[in-house]
Write a protein that binds this ligand. Structure first.
Ligand code: ZN
Length: 316
């Protein structure tokens, strides 16, 4: 899936000194936090790096998974909407996310996923499967995996561990309009008219779809791209210049964010690299207790009563 930057043949508005640096995080929806933790920590070997609440709807969990520190590019997060019905990916939604693994690790994952009872389909270098709530996932063998960081908190041997995101696929009604915005954001088109890359790595592939989706369990809510903190206001101005409606900068404690819908309907976020997950917890303790932003701290007694306690599976 990856090509060198100099192979790029299309797009990519140049902005000296200012660039998006790939995926920051991807956020999806779960109906069941414990089942979610059992799968993403217990089966995929990610680390739960933060247990907090949805800052915009604080009576629900927001769980963050990633490598040991939850570095940008490895972060997958879930809003828990307890008991919400399954959703269905459609136009304006991301319908697949993929992680990198080192070349030669595919067989390990085929056996591990089958042992976990998952139905998988695999071809050379790529394994497709679904999480317990129907979210389509893929793991891809690629040499660039060697540069990626991994979690050492599950029982997946380090040599085989997931090494951050390889990219996502989105369903959009008009890939051309989305493509124009991606190019305005500095993405390049390495050849395939429906696939966009940052730094030679194809991160955003699109498939045309006219079918409506339904947000629910097992669907992606949004994708966030990484920016340097000092560039965020300029990105906001660039988006406004492109005619995009964008939120003010919002403090998410672990990063600061702006949000907007790309023309195809997918919710995008641009999030700052830091300050990161150690801002309110020591690195050894990440994910072990419920962390709340100052504005929701008064709710703690109620939240500790309401939220079902979560147990992170121990490596076996
Ligand atoms: Zn987000």
């Amino acid at each position: 899936m990856s090509l060198k930057a100099h192979d790029a043949i299309g797009g990519g508005k140049e902005r000296p000194g200012m660039r998006l640096d790939g995926i920051h995080h991807i956020t999806a929806v779960s109906a069941d936090a414990q089942r979610n933790v059992d799968f993403y920590c217990g089966v995929l070997g990610l680390r739960l790096v933060k247990k907090t609440v949805n800052f915009d709807a604080p009576h629900a969990y927001h769980l963050y998974y990633g490598d040991d520190l939850g570095d940008p590019g490895t972060i997958l997060t879930f809003f828990e909407f307890k008991g919400i019905e399954r959703g269905r990916a459609g136009a304006g939604m991301i319908d697949e996310l993929a992680w990198k693994i080192p070349p030669g690790s595919g067989q390990y994952w085929v056996e591990r996923l089958e042992r976990a009872g998952l139905v998988i389909s695999h071809e050379v270098g790529s394994i497709e499967f679904y999480d317990p709530e129907g979210l389509r996932l893929r793991i891809v063998e690629t040499v660039t995996a060697h540069e990626g960081r991994a979690s050492s908190h599950g029982d997946v041997p380090h040599e085989h561990a997931l090494r951050g995101f390889d990219g996502v696929r989105a369903l959009v009604s008009d890939p051309r309009r989305t493509g124009e915005l991606l190019e305005a954001l500095g993405f390049r088109r390495p050849g395939d008219p429906y696939a966009y890359a940052v730094d030679g790595q194809t991160l955003y592939a699109m498939r045309a779809s006219a079918q409506d989706g339904l947000q629910g369990a097992g669907t992606v809510h949004h994708i966030a791209w990484v920016c340097e903190p000092e560039d965020q206001e300029r990105w906001r101005e660039e988006l406004i210049h492109e005619g995009i409606e964008v939120t003010p900068i919002i403090d998410r404690t672990y990063f600061r964010s702006i949000y907007f819908r790309e023309p195809g309907g997918v919710l995008f976020e641009i999030a700052t690299k830091g300050p990161g997950f150690t801002v309110d917890e020591e690195s050894e303790e990440l994910g072990s207790s419920l962390k709340l932003p100052p504005q929701h701290e008064p709710l703690r007694p109620a939240l500790e009563r309401e939220l079902t306690p979560i147990a992170v599976p121990r490596p076996t």
